[in-house]
Design a protein around this ligand. Sequence first.
Ligand SMILES: Cc1ncc(COP(=O)(O)O)c(C=O)c1O
Length: 308
Amino acid sequence: MKYSVENRRIWFKGEIVDVNDAKINVLAPTSQFGLNVFEGIPCYWNDEQKQLYAFRLDDHYGRLLRSARLLQLDCQYSADDMKKAFIDVIRANEYDENLSVRQTLFVDGFGSWGSESPVDMFVAPIPRGRTSAEYNKKGLHCCVTSWRRISDENLSPRIKCGANYMNSRVGQREAVRNGYDTCLFMNAHGKLAEGPGSCFFMVKNGCVVTPRTTDSVLESITRATVLQIAGDLGLGIEERTVDRTELYTCDEAFLCGSAMELTPVLSVDRYVIGNGTCGKITDSLHKAYLEIATGCNAKYMQWLTGIY
Ligand SMILES: Cc1ncc(COP(=O)(O)O)c(C=O)c1O
C-alpha cells in the first residue's frame, strides 16, 4: 500500500509501523547525547526495468558496523538483519521513486552517554525530493569555515554518529550566515578535510584529486565510487593532502556524497573556479555515477541490490 510522507511506514525495533507511532523516550542516550550511528543509503528507481536499486548496500552496512564497534555499541543486528529490515520497509511502502534511506542504530533506555546498550534500530525511507536544500542545489558557493574538522585524536570523523554532526553544524551555520551555500573544513593540521556532509574533489590538469582518508574525513562510499569510476575512465587520480590555496586555483571542484551525488563547487571564498559553471570532468563523472546507480551499466551491477 502507498502512504503519504507524513504517514509513511518505517521499520522500528523489529516492527513496521506508522512513522508517528515510532517513539523514543526523551531520556534515552540517543535523544540526550546523539548516541547513535547511521547510514544514508541511496536508492534509484529505474522506470524501464521497474526496479528500485539500493547502491552499495554491503559497503554501507560494513561502515555502520565499524561505527558501532568503534563506539562500543552492543549491537544485536547483523548485516543480514539490516538488509532484511531495509528491503521489508521499502516494499511495505511500495516505493517506486528515488530514496535516501536512513538506517540508524541508537542507544535506547535510561542510561548515559557511556552506555553500550540497549541498542535498537530504525529504518526510515525518505523520498529524495525531501532532502535538504543544500543537497539539491545545482552548484555551490563555498567558504572555508573558521571551524576545524574534528579529528581522529578527539572525535573521529571515521565514525558516522549523530554527535559528529554538531561539528558539521557550526561550519554550515557560519557559511549560511555569511551568504555561502556551504563550507569546507580544514583539519587540525591546516590541510583540507571535507564538507559538512560530503567529500571534496578537485580537478587539476586533468587529474582528479581528493584528500586522504587520514586527513579527517568520513570514509565516504561516494568518494570511493568516484575514485573507481575516474580510474576506469582513464583519468589520473591522486589521494593526497590539499592546501587551501589549491582550492582557489583548481580547474574544477565538486562535493560528493550519497545525498548530493556529485555537486559542482562554483567558487571558494569568492574565488571563481574554472569559468564558474559545472566542469566537464565533473559532469562526465556525475553522468557515469548516475548511469551506474540506476542500473544502466552492466559492468557495475555488483554494486546494486534490486529491492523488487
Ligand atoms: C561528513 C561527511 N563526509 C562525507 C559524506 C559522504 O559519505 P557517503 O558518500 O558515504 O554518503 C557524508 C555523508 O554521509 C558526511 O556526512
